[in-house]
Design a protein around this ligand. Structure first.
Ligand code: SAH
Length: 451
């Protein structure tokens, strides 16, 4: 059975036709470094509206938590970084794996189909992406669905995008539905935009995961959890204290970090009792979202694939800014740069594991190799004679899988319905199998085997 399902996934992979078109990789990705306090660069123009907003808030109610700072800077509905900018790609602030090569999204598409098959091929398949960026990953996944239409049979597929940024949602709509999408009439509609792909699949946009309809769903979150607000805590002689953002008393238009003099609600509740590090970052919002995913999967069936840079509860200061493919001081010119922190996968697991089975994290290199990226590359290179396209294919492959590039910095983590890993029941009366059969393998997390 194990070998059999592996071979099915392998067949899916070999049936996906990947056009040998590389995407530009000559730019920086933001999982790269982790450095907390970069010195502010002097030649940048401040973003007066966001800075003014934050300083007046701090003047009236006191220092803000790092989580509040991050939330305001990234997702403030008027001046937030994600709300205003198109930050992805060579002209933006950072590059991500789906933008580097379409092979990435295509292998994720195969993973989704493989999990849909592992769940018994339900008639409805909701593909839900959190933080879809330019929509490239969803577009590559849907192309795989189109190529494997015969596998999907009569299943009804719909795409649901959770996106806080109106600007990015317009870009996603353009990429996925051309000119067919429409904005909702009222501002508070849960579905704020909807459209249809060229193949006729319905696409809907939501601001929050809560608004996505229930039902069998496969969730994908690529570089989404790292953008969610983190709290920062410092161990002191008096116990754990929360790190806050305050106005620098020497410079009115500059912010600085301070440590709260007394415990806050967060410092009393979010740090583990047996924590051994002296500085920790906790993404409470990420914990809530992963719990929502776990509950939905437990109740309605499905799976989630979370891919991001991160650690297993071992790192300390990872909060950093990115602007124009360079590290950027997190407190300088707020709103003009991306803010990010490594994902703590051990925390996500702790929040989810009572409802679902958790697999990983495994490195991006392991996941992509287990998904068959090497054999895909061989086929592509064999069919490609143009030297510059070959060069681009090889450099994209290297960027995605090289341990010193994205290969070991990025990790894949999965939530699965418990039944997915349950050992298949022995058929009464048959004695062919001596040992109890093994659970079905999960593509990407297990090496594919041929039967
Ligand atoms: N997944 C894409 C984009 C990553 S950037 C890729 O890998 O290329 C982060 C994405 O998450 C952006 O689309 C951003 O607008 C979105 N985002 C950030 N915070 C969000 C939030 N709180 N709710 C919904 N979307 C959010």
């Amino acid at each position: 059975m194990r070998a059999c399902l592996g071979a099915k996934t392998q067949q899916l992979i070999s049936r996906v036709f990947i056009h040998p078109v590389g995407r530009s990789a000559a730019v920086r990705w933001r999982g790269a470094q982790s450095r907390l306090f970069c010195s502010p660069s002097t030649d940048e123009k401040p973003q007066p509206s966001m800075l003014r907003h934050l300083t007046s808030k701090i003047k009236s109610t006191g220092p803000v938590t790092v989580a509040e700072y991050m939330r305001e800077v990234l997702t403030n509905p008027v001046t937030g970084y994600y709300v205003k900018n198109n930050m992805l790609g060579p002209e933006g602030d950072f590059i991500t794996s789906p933008e580097i090569s379409q092979i990435f999204g295509e292998l994720v598409g195969v993973w989704i189909l493989s999990e849909w098959m592992g769940a018994g091929q339900p008639k409805q398949l909701q593909l839900v992406e959190l933080g879809p960026g330019k929509g490239s990953l969803a577009s590559d996944v849907l192309r795989v669905f189109g190529q494997l239409r015969s596998v999907l049979g009569g299943a009804s597929v719909s795409l649901h995008l959770v996106e806080v940024s109106p600007a990015l949602s317009r870009l996603q709509a353009q990429n996925l539905t051309g000119d067919s999408s429409q904005e909702a009439d009222a501002e508070d509609e849960p579905v704020y935009r909807s459209g249809e792909t060229a193949a006729g699949l319905p696409v809907s946009w939501y601001r929050r995961l809560d608004d996505v309809p229930t039902g069998f769903s496969i969730f994908v979150a690529h570089e989404f959890f790292d953008a969610l607000p983190i709290h920062k805590f410092q161990r002191t002689e008096k116990g754990w204290r929360e790190v806050m953002v305050d106005i620098d008393p020497d410079k009115e238009d500059q912010l600085r970090f301070v440590v709260a003099p007394s415990p806050t609600l967060s410092s009393s509740t979010l740090v583990q009792a047996d924590e051994s590090r002296s500085h920790v970052e906790v993404c409470a919002e990420g914990g809530v979202i992963v719990q929502q995913l776990a509950r939905r999967i437990a109740e309605d069936g499905g799976a989630a694939l979370i891919a991001d840079y991160g650690h297993d509860g071992t790192k300390t200061d990872t909060f950093r800014g990115f602007k124009g493919h360079q590290l950027h001081d997190v407190l300088s010119s707020p709103g003009s740069a991306d803010l990010t922190a490594d994902v703590d996968f051990s925390f996500l697991r702790r929040m989810a594991e009572s409802d679902v089975a958790c697999l990983g994290p495994v490195t991006q290199r392991t996941f992509l190799k287990n998904m068959g990226i090497d054999s895909r590359m061989q086929v592509l290179l064999r069919n490609c004679s143009d030297p510059s396209t070959r060069k681009q294919l090889i450099s994209s492959y290297d960027m995605l899988t090289n341990p010193s590039k994205m290969g070991e910095r990025f990790h894949f983590f999965s939530l699965l319905h418990h039944s997915r890993l349950a050992k298949p029941k022995k058929v009464e009366g048959l004695t062919l199998e001596k040992r109890s059969p093994a659970p079905l393998p999960v593509a990407g997390f297990t090496k594919l085997k041929f039967s």
